[in-house]
Design a protein around this ligand. Sequence first.
Ligand code: MN
Length: 307
Amino acid sequence: MGDVEMLEGMPVALGGPRGMGVVRTLPNKDRRMVGAWCFLDAFGPHELAGTPGMRVGPHPHIGLQTVTWLLEGEVLHRDSLGNRQEIRPGQLNLMTAGRGISHSEETPAEHGPVLKGVQLWVALPDRDRTTAPAFAHHADLPVVTGDGLRVTVLMGTLAGATSPAHCHTPLVGAEITVAAGTDATIRTRTDFEYAVLTLDGAATVQGVPLEPGPLLYLGAGHHEISLGAAAETKVLLLGGEPFEEKLVMWWNYVARTHEEVVAARTSWVSGADGRFGQVHGYDGASIPAPPMPITRLVSRGRSRDGS
Ligand code: MN
């Protein structure tokens, strides 16, 4: 239990000050990553009546994968590869930015009353981070049930089931529904570090009460993780081999150096080199790049002490 850390979320307005509110738990000031998972935003439940819903205009990414997972509602994704894909609960959108992609995300015209979900980023390892951009929609993910748990495997392998989604480093991501009155354990890998976010309800994770909001970091060395709930609860389990490469994260970019970020920013601002392509069909403006900070960006390790 020595490694357990309660990582509090930070409220952020997505797409500017009038944008939809999200709670960001990764990166956190003390704990920047869990495996290669380097970004975690949870949003909703948002009542959409009388609001524009999600409106995130075209913006670029490099060096990462985006993972979108909904609990309620719909999001329409468009990208510079020409993909136009609506996502619903139980489905995974996985966009691999590699050397460069741009995309938009919006509430489609026909939509349900409520939007709720998470968006995560996975850092690509140095050997793959300039790979060609790609997009995949996985509507048929493996589901394993037993002991009061219903496990949907988004990425990697858990409970003997493996997601078809393409991972570049050893990691896992799963949604687990914990039935009312459950006190169960799930087998885990001792070489992975893990963290759990409650999506709905109230869980007990390794004996620690966990409601929606903070991310509970569990560290590595666990053969199993215990999950309990008095009433039906949904959690997101994240894990992975500790990611040892240091990153420069700025805006929508995961890079290694200040200069790389400057170059990718210039590519987005000028559009001259075609690096990020064009998103067609989004009815609104692209998101402008923020100014570079006055100081040089420095690379950071997975936790505050660099370990
Ligand atoms: Mn994005």
